[in-house]
Design a protein around this ligand. Sequence first.
Ligand code: KG4
Ligand code: ZN
Length: 340
Amino acid sequence: MNPQKIYILGIESSCDDTSAAILCNQKILSNVVASQKVHEQYGGVVPELASRAHQQNIIPVIDQAIKQANIKKEDLHAIAFTRGPGLMGSLLVGTSFAKSMALALDIPLIEVNHMQGHILAHFIEEEDFDIPEFPFLAMTISGGHTQIVQVNDHFDMQVIGETIDDAVGEAFDKSAKIFGLPYPGGPLVDKYAQLGNPKAFPFPKPKVDELNFSFSGLKTSVLYFVQKQVKENPDFITENLYDICASLQYTIINILMDKLKKASKQTGIKRIAIGGGVSANSGIRKALKEGEQKYGWKTFIPKFEYTTDNAAMIAIVGYLKYLNKDFTDMSVGAEARMKI
Ligand code: KG4
Ligand code: ZN
């Protein structure tokens, strides 16, 4: 007998990407992402513009996801959407749309925590990608978040460390801005870092308690360092860009790896999963792989399209909640500061 095929539509609109995905059980049939270019000229996400762009994008993106999956909207079993955390104006677009569509199709509505989405993205079935066994540690690193989470089960997870100020992606992007690079600068820092000397310019590592992180001090020391050097040599940045990027990236990787090592030691857990846009960073991926040899870790790095903000990760959480019949009432609203 064939097991039943469950089709879930996932909708993600928490920041500046409008995304819709169709999932059949644990496999992704489509994952459409419309990224908003409008923010580039401002050097960061402008909430009001993000919300407007979501309104323009949401119908075509969902329509395309359904077409690409080769199903009809009437085939859907449930609609999962990002309730929070994120930008209120952005979240409202996805939340309102998901509610209306679930009502119109008379199918269950499922709320999803965006951060759980980044973690449970590891449960999407993909060739050549292993699904982690419980318990494991998940480090979510992006432009909006930096956390280490102990994951005991799909919905039994505990944040054991997080940033007390900036997210790690902000450390990349704000430093890149100081170097005159366009937004978001993280991928460019990564590219140039591969050509430079990571020990050329030592930047200080912050002292933060327990498993928490802080990145605002690093950004400030990068700023003061660059200002001082440029005063002496106006061409300092262009002459040393590769080395500056390599040194910044080296410091960030050390900060992340120190806390991860500490978390693994404290909990005794050696399965380490990462997620969020910054996990695309080549140096972080390399450091994690080295951890396999050095500390006996088993590491899990998801397929690239599931690391940045996307609806596939929302759909997989929707599926896991669907199995538990964990549905959401129509009175639900978006929640900008939602906790795991
Ligand atoms: O998850 P994401 O797409 O959006 C959220 O912030 O939620 O992450 C975007 C962040 C940006 O800060 C971007 O600069 C960073 O991820 N990023 C990288 C790399 N690729 C993306 N940072 C460092 N190295 C990369 N290769
Ligand atoms: Zn995210």
